[in-house]
Design a protein around this ligand. Structure first.
Ligand code: 4AD
Ligand code: MG
Length: 428
């Protein structure tokens, strides 16, 4: 009788007596003399295989992380992980693995040095599966809601989010260009064609600060909507984030469990989210012993303290002009603040989205560029958009790695990415 090819996770659901073949990698190896136990890992999970006699001799050649093809018969055993094991008949070692380097040192730095191997770990596997759900859900949400997916260039000529974090690149003609910090300006151009647009792309920031939530290359989900204002865009953001979280809860219970992530804060993540103004946020912070001068942006510590007060995500809206980039529209009812909002994740995570209403009037934009000490000629085409049929519009950018970090309950952003890029790391 031929053996059926099966995934490790499928074996755990099979009837005893089924004859199967599993292909994977040796996750644990135990030699008890008479018997050899291999726990085999594949993309679906793990399953134990036990070998004796001639097959045991062959199994002995398979060290940790060797690739193997195991054939045998399924049998219930309460001591095996998942309650089933494979009584092994044969094992083929496809690729040997001698002295797999990840054994005792599980420090973050070491695991980053060997990321090309650590991505096989069950923890990383769980994070990557959650990340997969998150990316899929972002696309689903926008496509179902009438947005067009667009792509913007990565080489750009002027800062969107301030000059301090621009990455210069020597271009082919010898000039200096930059890696994009945000696709926002291109999305703004594209709303005049497609009205509702989104993109999922890397953004780059030469972040000099080492923090738990900054990468130099991160994945950015950005949307821009014609005829929309601050309130409209906040509603889109809370719907989007709730949708993504719901999809993770639907698809990744096993992964959340493996990561020890409590699902309760995620289950609470339903619209409407809380909304506080920047002024109210300052009051709350003052009550908690923080002194933020009016006009300053909120830092990570302030955000962490603020979100302690909320059991689901909270919008902080109407930041002072000077705390936000020049393109933000000032509130006509109160010109010293902008029609901006950051979305802060609970449980200490803080900012995951920045967004708001954009300046649509030519004169207002030119004045603000001047007020911010920027050069009008750097923003020529962006300004030009206000000359031909300008409309009110709003948009936002969501840091996907930060969203994954929060949803998976990770304590460092580098653990939300397969191959993170930070101020100190571009390898492997
Ligand atoms: O708040 P930011 O800087 O806003 C913008 O870039 C806007 N132009 C977006 C827009 O309106 N289209 O960045 C947006 C989000 C942040 O809230 C954060 O989640 C993430 O991008 N982000 C980073 N994530 C990881 N590492 C970094 N260095 C990040 N910088 C920003
Ligand atoms: Mg921001």
């Amino acid at each position: 009788m031929g053996a059926k090819l099966a995934k490790a996770a499928e074996v755990l659901r099979m009837e005893d007596g089924a004859r199967i073949t599993v292909r994977g990698w040796v996750y644990r190896f135990r030699d008890l003399g008479e018997k050899v136990f291999l726990i085999v890992r594949d993309s679906s999970g793990i399953v134990q295989a036990v070998f004796s006699g001639e097959a045991a001799a062959k199994a002995r050649e398979a060290d940790v992380e060797a690739s193997v093809i195991v054939t045998g018969v399924v049998r219930s055993d309460s001591r095996a992980p998942g309650g089933k094991e494979i009584v092994g008949e044969a094992v083929e070692v496809v690729g040997a693995s001698k002295n797999f380097p990840i054994t005792k040192d599980f420090s973050r730095e070491f695991l980053l040095d060997v990321r090309h191997l650590w991505v096989r770990s069950r923890r990383m596997q769980a994070v990557l599966k959650i990340r997969h759900t998150v990316f899929g859900a972002l696309h689903e949400y926008f496509r179902r809601s009438g947005y067009y997916e667009v792509q913007a260039p990565m080489f750009i000529t002027a800062a969107v989010e301030g000059g301090a974090t621009l990455f210069p690149v020597k271009y082919v003609d010898g000039s200096t260009v930059y890696l994009t910090q945000s696709s926002q300006f291109y999305l703004e151009a594209l709303i005049y064609s497609l009205e509702k647009v989104y993109t999922i792309a890397p953004s780059f920031r030469a972040e000099k600060s080492r923090t738990r939530r900054h990468l130099t290359e991160f994945w950015h989900c950005e949307a821009e909507v014609a005829w929309a204002g601050l309130e409209d865009i906040m509603r889109v953001e809370e719907e989007l984030v709730s949708y993504v979280v719901e999809r993770v809860l639907d698809s990744n219970q096993d992964e959340l469990k493996l990561l020890g992530r409590s699902t309760e804060p995620l289950e609470r993540c339903k619209p409407p989210f809380y909304r506080v103004s920047y002024d109210e946020a300052l009051e709350i912070l003052e009550g908690k012993g923080f002194k933020v001068a009016w006009g300053e942006d909120l830092g990570a510590d302030e955000e962490r303290a603020l979100v302690e007060e909320f059991d689901k995500p909270v919008f902080v809206h109407r930041y002072p002009e000077k705390a936000k980039a020049f393109y933000h529209k000032n509130d006509p009812a109160r010109p010293e603040v902008t029609l901006s909002a950051d979305l802060l994740a609970p449980e200490g995570y803080g900012e995951i989205i920045g967004g708001g209403e954009r300046i649509e009037r030519l004169e207002e934009l030119l004045e603000k560029i001047k007020r911010f000490g920027l050069r009008e000629e750097d923003y020529e085409w962006y300004v030009d958009l206000r000359r031909y049929g300008t409309v009110p519009h709003a948009g936002f950018g969501l840091g996907i790695d930060r969203l994954v970090m929060w949803v998976a309950g990770l304590d460092h952003i580098v653990d939300a990415v397969a191959f993170p890029r930070t101020i100190r790391r571009v390898y492997p």
